[in-house]
Design a protein around this ligand. Structure first.
Ligand code: ADP
Ligand code: MG
Ligand code: ZN
Length: 611
């Protein structure tokens, strides 16, 4: 993909050299030649003599100084300029005509005081001020624009819209879920009137969340490309580099322009750099600039007319650090996850990037996809390019599989160090763990169907996860359902234990959830025989996280702990039992998941129900 870069600017030194050279040249040659050209004074009688002798070529009457300036051959036969005071002489004209001398009454250029003033003073000054302007302009650009000596607070570095990004959804491989979510925005941009007619308001902003290199920028461009609307792009870090007040001014300017160009896309990359949580105690000397910029952004987002067709997309790989104010309704209230690609996604990305590459017949992109689990789209694009470069280095005109394999190693090896790609064994453990959850869930009645299982690491840090979605919303959960949920939660570690004989730290999140759930069943839902309907814990802060506090004696507290242990233990026993009975399916499904990395609920059920 070709990134949109601002056109190459000549370096500053270039202008300095050019202007100094011009000034030096003028001083050394042109000025002296123009100014010091000697004009020799002669007497009027000598002048007449020269006319009669045929030495004079041309005569001009300088009306200012009442002098005759004339060009004549001197004694050495060379042309020179002379001057003489005008003497009252009525016959001069006839005499000149007779000698064939051309004459005029123009102001001779060689000795014009105004001109020499211009050349020696005005011109250098003009050149220097031009140089100054160029320097200022360069400085402006370096400082991210907005610096204008006369008008602080008014951003003059234009944020230029890209009229056509030229990127479409076809250029983005995989990421089907993100694309689906964005298609509605495309439709909105194409037919804003359709939505306005019915009175619908689309979200003003959507937040693309995902690790670096997964195609967030690419997706934003594709939305603009699909809808054929202008694309304004700015990065959060550009705001922060500026002087106080500039960031806010730039935001204002950006929205003003966007409003004029609507429908259009405004894309704010790395929004976390301006949208970080504001710490309450920042006081004086906090990051005022960032805060002002953020406030301006919030104001603009609240202020603009949502029906007009300006959609703001933002990208971040650290959503947890965002100021909650940004995520409120009417702002970036839509969150679109852009995750690392699974095997299918990787294959598709490799395909997209090798579209314009000449490939040998032995190419197997599936193999490359399998060798690159955990790699991002950007890394895959890099792998293809590295392979092409290698082929050229080796003097071939086609890329072979070995080139790709080789560049997988160079690209991924660098990447492994930073990102700890899972080893084959770890991936296998994660697969069994996730299938463990899914199997236990599927083998019990009253549990929500499994919709997706993946071992592609998530932004959240999870190495894999099993998604269950209830067919219908329900607010009331029965004791059986909760018990099943508890068993499902323990299923991951149960599978690890059954297959590998040992367990890993991978279940810490499951354990935390299971404990919380078991505790709530006992202390709040009255689902234990020992205590019955006695509230043993109270929930403070229903809406903000639901902190609980014990509302019983210490003796009871101990009993509660025992019960929690027992309840979770029973759930685990149930999970162990289910997995043991279905060990063959566990193997089959885990192997399938390991290969595919992401499987749907249907695939899962199909294999499960297969005889
Ligand atoms: P992000 O903004 O998420 O960090 P980018 O959009 O800048 O990632 O992606 C960098 C490059 O990686 C893109 O220009 C593209 O070449 C490649 N790339 C990333 N994801 C994909 C994808 N899903 N399909 C095709 N190319 C991709
Ligand atoms: Mg990006
Ligand atoms: Zn788990």
């Amino acid at each position: 993909m070709i990134e949109n870069k601002s056109p190459n600017r000549k370096p500053l030194i270039y202008y300095v050299v050019i202007v100094s050279a011009v000034i030096m040249l003028l001083n050394a040659f042109v000025f002296p030649a123009l100014l010091q050209r000697q004009v020799q004074p002669v007497s009027y009688s000598d002048f007449l003599k020269m006319v009669d002798d045929g030495q004079v070529k041309e005569v001009q009457l300088d009306q200012d100084s009442e002098q005759l300036i004339f060009l004549a051959e001197n004694d050495e036969g060379q042309e020179a300029v002379y001057k003489t005071a005008v003497f009252p002489d009525d016959s001069l004209r006839a005499r000149l005509e007779e000698a064939g001398v051309s004459f005029s009454a123009q102001i001779p250029t060689q000795n014009n005081p105004l001109l020499s003033f211009i050349i020696s003073w005005i011109l250098p000054i003009a050149l220097f001020s031009l140089l100054g302007r160029v320097l200022m302009g360069q400085m402006n650009k370096r400082m991210g624009g907005g610096m204008n000596a006369m008008s602080f607070g008014k951003s003059n570095a234009k944020i230029v819209a890209q009229q056509e990004t030229g990127v479409t959804f076809q250029d983005v491989a995989g990421e089907e879920e993100a694309k689906d979510a964005l298609k509605e925005i495309v439709d909105f941009l194409e037919h804003p009137d359709k939505y306005a007619a019915i009175g619908a308001k689309l979200p003003k902003g959507a937040l693309l969340v995902g690790p670096p290199g997964t195609g967030k920028t690419l997706l934003a461009k594709a939305v603009a490309g699909e809808a054929k609307v202008p694309f304004f792009s700015i990065s959060g870090s550009e705001f922060v580099e500026m002087f106080v007040g500039m960031g806010a001014a730039k935001v204002r300017d950006l929205f003003k322009q966007a409003n004029e160009k609507a429908p259009c896309i405004v894309f704010i990359d790395e929004i976390d750099t301006i949208g970080k949580k504001r710490d309450s105690g920042s006081g004086i000397g906090g990051n005022d600039e960032r805060e002002q910029t953020l406030n301006q952004l919030l104001t603009e987002m609240d202020g603009f007319d949502g029906k007009k067709g300006v959609v703001i997309l933002a990208a971040t790989n650290r959503p947890e650090s965002l100021d909650p104010a940004l995520l409120r309704p009417g702002r970036f209230d839509r969150r679109i996850p852009v995750e690392l690609p699974d095997l299918q996604g990787r294959e598709a990305i490799l395909k997209v990037h090798s579209r314009h590459i000449r490939l040998a017949d032995d190419i197997d992109l599936n193999e490359i996809g399998r060798a690159t689990s955990g790699a991002s789209g950007a890394e895959l694009a890099n792998i293809v390019n590295e392979a092409a470069l290698r082929a050229v280095r080796e003097g071939r005109d086609k890329v072979r599989q070995e080139d790709l394999m080789e560049s997988v190693e160079t690209v991924i090896a660098g990447y492994q160090r930073k990102n700890a790609v899972l080893s084959e064994r770890e991936r296998s453990i994660v697969s069994y763990h996730e299938i463990g959850h899914a199997l236990v869930a599927a083998m019990q009645t009253h549990s929500a169907p499994v919709t997706k299982i993946t071992i592609v690491p998530r932004t959240s840090g999870a190495l894999g996860y099993t998604m269950q979605i209830d067919e219908e919303d329900h607010n009331l959960m029965s004791q059986e359902e909760l018990a099943n949920k508890l068993a499902t939660l323990t299923g991951g570690q149960a599978a690890e234990k059954l297959i590998f004989g040992s367990i890993t730290t991978g279940a810490s999140n499951d354990i935390e959830k299971a404990t919380k759930l078991a505790r709530a069943m006992i202390t709040r839902y009255g689902m234990s025989e020992n205590f019955g309907m006695v509230a043993l814990e109270t929930v403070s802060n229903q809406y903000l996280g639901g902190d609980t506090s014990l509302a019983c004696s210490a003796a009871y507290a101990e009993k509660i702990d025992d019960q929690v242990v027992a309840l979770v233990g029973a759930a685990r026993a149930k999970a162990d039992q289910i997995l043991k009975e279905n060990e063959a399916k566990l193997h089959e499904l885990a192997k399938y998941l390991l290969e595919k990395e992401t499987i749907t609920g249907e695939e899962f059920m199909q294999i499960l129900n297969k005889a």
